[in-house]
Design a protein around this ligand. Structure first.
Ligand code: BES
Ligand code: MG
Ligand code: ZN
Length: 498
């Protein structure tokens, strides 16, 4: 889709194709709708009344060739009670419009809906939300279909305010949604194509595209040399070799780097602790943390943020085989901490713990890992809110702030109670990798926290939010890229304010 903003003066005869304008409940007209109603001699209200379109959400009508008006089509869209429109109802309204644009294959539209005041939502966010919703609506993954098409159109936002806001919001939303789309396109791939090696090749291509991104790849041999035994243990059962890609985005050498680390398990069968076959196909999404990190660094490079960011894609596959690691194995992690494997399906924390140890040398300002880590997080928070756990209040507060702003929600869970750590005790090693089942999202984070003592760290569990169901089938959501990008945008503001 194309997005631009213009100050619309449609009385000059510019003959555009389509305009979308709001109507509120009980035939309440907005400023623009009133204007068009007047120049058309009450044509709009007459037709709305004839068709009993009072302005409820999901009521709408398309009018063709209105008297004295230069547009070919006018979409009048029901927006409900004017004072009650919020971010949730706005989403319904926008999706209704896009479904009409798709149905009639409309190629260009003047958009008046960002003129509506949304409760608790500034114009900047209204524009960003609008573009997010549109991009999510039109996204299709048709790489493996030979008869499907995608929809594209040009959206022209009417400028009725400070035009700088439109420009900034559109630029931010475009870059972020490009990142989201790139991430979805990787996440939706099947695991026979999207292997750990594939993730590293995508990372190499990204590093080539932007001159301020450099890359380092850690392959199996290097992992052996530096003692990443937990990472290697998980990958042992698969013929697909593990790869870690370290993408360094350097656009401010005065600042300590912020590290984003993504779990990239390209398929999680559970290993010897095999998962049940029901929904096992969804475990191709166990690399969504890595995809989110990839999409975020993509967006940041587009936005040219003046920061120093290291994005790490931790690629691995968890499979059962005669060479696989097993329950009761004891492994010495890179940090020296030993781990008794009690469940080979708790593999995410094992690959992450070695990377968390490795990255100490970068002297990071913050480390944020993003992982589809636990089914327990889905039980705790469901499918719309990601879990957040952290060893630093300022970091978690900043993440919460950006999650509220971007409406890409997280909820913080505690990791500071001794009882959780008691569950990680082993009779034979320093830790077990999986405990008895209560507070599973938290104990997984507590395991990770044993490896993050040297820096400020947050963990985002996206097991419930990384994909959603469209027509009853799973599809990647691209979350939490919006929130991560917002966190990083806010970091640049904090820096400037100092
Ligand atoms: N990748 C899974 C977590 C997961 C489950 C993500 C469902 C999304 C949906 C992770 O590797 C896993 O298997 N975790 C286990 C941990 C347990 C063995 C302690 C789980 O949640 O069951
Ligand atoms: Mg698992
Ligand atoms: Zn997993």
């Amino acid at each position: 889709m194309k997005y631009v903003a213009e100050k619309i003066t449609f009385f000059k005869k510019n003959l555009l194709d389509c305009i979308v304008i709001p109507i509120f409940e009980k035939y309440k007209l907005s400023k623009i709708t009133k204007k068009i109603n007047i120049i058309s001699n009450n044509y709009i209200l007459d037709i709305l009344k004839k068709n009993n379109i009072k302005g409820k959400i999901n009521q709408n009508i398309i009018l063709y060739q209105i008297p004295n008006f230069s547009f070919k089509k006018v979409i009048i869209i029901g927006c409900g009670i004017k004072e009650k429109i919020n971010r949730i109802t706005n989403k319904l309204i926008i999706n209704n419009v896009i479904n009409i644009l798709k149905k009639y294959k409309i190629k260009e539209v003047i958009w008046y809906l960002t003129d509506i005041k949304i409760n608790d939502c500034k114009l900047y966010w209204n524009i960003r939300d609008t573009i997010n919703i549109i991009e999510n609506n039109i996204y299709v993954f048709n790489k493996f279909k030979n008869n499907s098409s995608c929809f594209s159109s040009k959206i022209i936002f009417n400028i009725n305010n400070n035009s700088d806001i439109y420009e900034v919001a559109i630029n931010h939303a475009k870059a972020i949604n490009l990142g989201i789309k790139k991430a979805k396109n990787i996440a939706n791939l099947p695991p026979n194509i999207c292997t750990p090696e594939y993730l590293s090749i995508k990372s190499l291509t990204l590093a080539k595209k932007y001159k301020n991104i450099s890359i380092k790849i850690i392959d199996k041999n290097i992992m052996k040399k530096i003692g990443m035994n937990a990472y290697l243990a998980v990958s042992k059962g698969s013929k697909n070799k593990p790869f870690i890609s370290i993408l360094e985005y350097q656009n401010n050498d005065k600042l300590q780097p912020i590290i984003l680390l993504g779990k990239g398990v390209t398929f999680d069968s559970g290993g010897i602790s095999l998962k049940p076959s029901k929904n096992m196909e969804e475990m191709k999404y166990d690399m969504c943390g890595a995809a989110a990190v990839y999409g975020t660094i993509y967006a940041i490079a587009e936005l040219k943020l003046p920061l120093n960011i290291i994005a790490i894609i931790a690629g691995c596959e968890n499979m059962p085989s005669n060479n696989a690691y097993r329950p009761s194995d004891i492994i010495k992690t890179m940090s020296g901490i030993t781990v008794e494997i009690t469940n080979t399906d708790a593999e995410g924390r094992l690959i992450l713990c070695d990377v968390l140890t490795y990255i100490k040398k970068y002297n990071p300002k913050y480390v944020i890992d993003i992982a589809t880590l636990t089914g327990a997080c889905v039980i705790a928070l469901g499918n719309n809110i990601s879990g957040l756990m952290s060893n630093n209040k300022k970091l978690s507060n900043n993440l919460i702030k950006s999650s509220l702003e971007s409406d890409d929600r997280v909820w913080e869970l505690p990791i500071d109670d001794k009882s959780y750590y008691d569950q990680l005790k082993s009779n034979f090693a320093n830790l077990v990798n999986s405990s008895n089942g209560i507070a599973g999202a938290i104990t997984a984070a507590c395991f990770l926290s044993k490896f993050t003592k040297k820096y400020k760290w947050a963990h985002i569990d996206i097991a419930g939010t990384a994909w959603y169901y469209l027509n009853q089938k799973a599809i990647s959501s691209g979350r939490p890229i919006n929130m991560l990008c917002q966190f990083l945008i806010n970091e640049t503001l904090n820096y400037e304010n100092k």
